[in-house]
Design a protein around this ligand. Structure first.
Ligand SMILES: [Fe+2]
Ligand SMILES: [Fe+2]
Length: 293
């Protein structure tokens, strides 16, 4: 496998901004509780604007191997980069500016506040609101120079056959694990119904934030954080065979969360300073004074 340092600038940042991935997800899943639109409908990728997304998935599916994930876990789960307050981490995340369309785009903090506020408006428990607010905090990985396809993108299990329900499955052909006998059968290194806690997922902001928060939030919150980009399961049910009953129960929460992530974007930006005290309170209630990244 290629060493991380040998990726070119074009391979590290195939997208203009990581928002492009989320826009693509929204095109694929324009409404709640439905599987992806038929390929023909959503793949109008002949338009050049979408070539970047295609390239993003080519890189993601090529390089997210079992070994790559292990390497990233070793690298990032030491949490030896920064120590900061949660709100500071959000401000840090917000330095990831998207300058592709400054008039329309909401920044990261605004997306997170809108997600949290939509959950709050529906009267859900406060830990659910907090989860909405922090769910993308793991995207700080981008600020550590990580390739976009190792921060965002649909996630999927590694160590077993890649499902053709994952978006752009044809690119898995370039993934070395696809030719490895131990990894390319239906169950690969896993057993039927072994439970997702025993399954290694492709590396990105979801898994990273899960490890940061795992000692502090209720389990449904942790499932929402850890699997919110696992569209192949929560929308397409492609990995039922690895899940156990507990996963199935917890995925009700993942499904409940997803529409807030995808459909809460409103062009009216929330007033950050008005909302800050409420969220600072929630942070203080559940999370430690400082977190390590
Ligand atoms: Fe996310
Ligand atoms: Fe999000």
């Amino acid at each position: 496998m290629k060493e991380y340092t040998s990726f070119s600038a074009a391979e590290i940042n195939p997208l203009q901004s990581i928002e492009e991935w989320e826009e693509d997800v929204l095109e694929r899943y324009p409404e709640a509780d439905t599987p992806a639109k038929a390929k023909e409908e959503f793949r109008n990728y002949d338009k050049p604007a979408r070539d970047t997304v295609r390239e993003f998935y080519r890189l993601n599916h090529t390089y997210q191997t079992y070994d790559f994930v292990q390497e990233k876990r070793k690298e990032f789960l030491q949490f030896n980069r920064k120590e900061m307050k949660v709100w500071e981490a959000m401000d840090f995340l917000n330095t990831l500016v998207d300058d592709s369309d400054p008039d329309i785009e909401l920044d990261q903090l605004q997306h997170l506040l809108q997600t949290g506020e939509a959950i709050r408006e529906d009267g859900h428990p406060d830990w659910f609101v907090l989860t909405g607010f922090i769910h993308d905090m793991g995207k700080v990985l981008c600020l550590f120079g990580e390739p976009q396809w190792a921060v965002v993108g649909d996630t999927f299990p590694v160590g077993c056959k890649f499902s053709d329900k994952v978006v752009y499955p044809e690119f898995f052909e370039y993934n070395p694990d696809n030719g490895e006998e131990k990894y390319n059968s239906k169950y690969g290194i896993y057993e039927e119904g072994c439970g997702l806690r025993n399954v290694l997922m492709s590396w990105g902001h979801d898994e990273y934030l899960y490890h940061i928060t795992k000692d502090y939030l209720p389990e449904p919150a942790l499932y929402m954080i850890r699997y919110h980009s696992f569209y192949a399961q929560h929308r397409e049910h492609a990995y039922e065979h690895l899940m156990d009953d507990h996963d199935r129960e917890m995925f009700q929460w993942v499904k409940k969360f997803n529409p807030y992530d995808l459909y809460s974007k409103s062009p009216k930006p929330p007033v950050v300073e008005e909302l800050r005290p409420y969220y600072e309170n929630l942070i203080a209630k559940y999370l430690p004074e400082k977190i390590r990244l």
